[in-house]
Design a protein around this ligand. Sequence first.
Ligand SMILES: NC(=O)c1ccc[n+]([C@@H]2O[C@H](COP(=O)([O-])OP(=O)(O)OC[C@H]3O[C@@H](n4cnc5c(N)ncnc54)[C@H](OP(=O)(O)O)[C@@H]3O)[C@@H](O)[C@H]2O)c1
Length: 284
Amino acid sequence: MILLTGITGNIGSATAKALLARGVRFRALVRDLAKAAAWADQGVELVQGDLENAESVKRALAGVDRALLVLPNGQTQEALELAFVRSAKEIGLPWIIKLSSPEAVRGTTSPIPLAHIAAEDAIMASGMHWTFVRPSFYMQNFRSSLKSARATGKLSMPMGKGTVALTDNNDAGEFIAYILTDADSARHDRQCYDITGPDPVMNFHDIAEVIGQVIGQKVAYDDCDPAAFQEAIRPFHRNQWHSDAVARLFAEIANGKTPGHKTDTFEKIMGRPGRSLRKYLESL
Ligand SMILES: NC(=O)c1ccc[n+]([C@@H]2O[C@H](COP(=O)([O-])OP(=O)(O)OC[C@H]3O[C@@H](n4cnc5c(N)ncnc54)[C@H](OP(=O)(O)O)[C@@H]3O)[C@@H](O)[C@H]2O)c1
């Protein structure tokens, strides 16, 4: 039995969709049964629980042989992921797949990647089989950029000369569903998969150009003031900690500390390239 966490979010829902498309039955731990009702209608076994509550985690893990751990960025992410790993170990979970980030590189001082590193370390030390899936910067981070580019002719982000590789959430979900169901699961044991789409590594001028091609209008990259940007996107963040942590992460990208790196991992494992930024933006 497979257990997914996070199915009411981006990557968990993309994984759930891909598992259903493969005809695979699975269980999902959700905080709010009503919010996840549409999944139950499609045959997903829902277990009400919360990663804050170890007993509910163990209940959800009963009889499970592989579990996907997904949590949003936040002040408690590290503690909750470490608690999940402890519960999984106690109950004897054979295989854990963790959604992580390629920015989780030693030497970072940014809280979001540091939380991922702590959880990865705990998993590697746990004795469980493990796989880390680390999608690069989500294309979905540009979901609202078409509208603002149409209105202003700009892509305004404080990313300096920073570079990113990009991944579509749906590709990340399909990738995770594939490895969760691969008959040759042993080949994914102790693998850290940094996945990206097919685009070359891009700076934000390059991304502005693609946005311009899609909307049929010239779009310029505006390397805006980080503080003003943080203020503008504050409504999308859960709290001040989250807002500051994202600002730190973006600053590391902007100053070149975590340059984008493209990999062929997705294409090698899936036997097809991922979706390009242009195709993703055209689908909106
Ligand atoms: N943004 C990027 O470019 C990027 C790139 C690579 C990796 N990442 C990583 O992706 C991860 C976030 O994934 P996502 O975008 O899929 O997240 P998301 O859309 O924010 O979804 C988070 C999910 O976790 C659930 N959740 C939150 N707290 C929970 C708790 N205490 N117990 C049980 N479930 C809980 C949420 O359920 P509710 O519906 O109940 O809230 C939701 O289903 C982060 O760790 C981030 O570092 C992001």
